[in-house]
Design a protein around this ligand. Sequence first.
Ligand SMILES: [Fe+2]
Length: 297
Amino acid sequence: MQTPRTDAGPAAPSAPPLLAASRLSPVAGAEIVGLDLSRPLSPELKDAILEAFIEHHVLVFRDQDLSPEAQTQFTLNFGPLEQHVGRLSDGSRYPDVHRVTNLDDAGRPTKTPHTHGNYFWHTDKSYHDIPSLATLLHAVQIPPSGGDTQFANMHLAYDALSEAQKRDLEGLRAIHSWEASRRNTGNKPATEEQKRERPPVSHPVVRTHPVTGRKSLYLGMHTSHIEGMPQAEGKALLDSLLEQATRPEFVYTHQWRRGDLVMWDNRSLLHRALANYEMDQHPRVLHRTVVRGTKPV
Ligand SMILES: [Fe+2]
């Protein structure tokens, strides 16, 4: 028989948590310091990162010095890498790690970068049948101030709808396409080859997060209309939902520091970049990797 313990000494110190994530805003975002993501993750640390990712939707790892290869290796912890439909100005495909930048082909900052679609609210690659799970951006060069990225929490936006609105949205599906995205953002129109490669897809307007089961609005600049509804009516509904869903109370604005590695959940958020800096004066260069997700339901 086991002898009961009679000493009342201090309890043994518990192991320090693997990850200290400090909340950045009530809406989304947590900051993590003291990790070196260029080193392989233990299974326990990977699980802790995933748990924080699901809770906060946006993770900000400070002070990271990552080569593109190291960023690729870190990204692969969370799923397969996504390929890109866009092309560089010479017509070649983006590599797995590509640059989000305001530099022109000669390396000069410009107000008219190669693409400016990222200045409109969207969720990455929703024009794919299987859109992105996570996007990771590593801040390599940032302007002295501004150049922020905003995240809107689509769970909170859904929860704030009236019961009547929620009922009206049940079962609705929106059409998303690369072609619509280029049109909505005033970008160069999609080429015939791109349209063939990425035909329009439909996704539920209200999607359910595969891990938490929470509902969210699934909207943004890649949408054109609602399946089975007159085009103009569907577009007006999507526009009005987008306006409601991106009100300031649902938005976290990330102010970049050099070395930040920011990773976000496209299943829970919309995001956009802000042109709130002198784009023709200061370089803004971020390295981007994307994890492929699952079909929205
Ligand atoms: Fe994006």
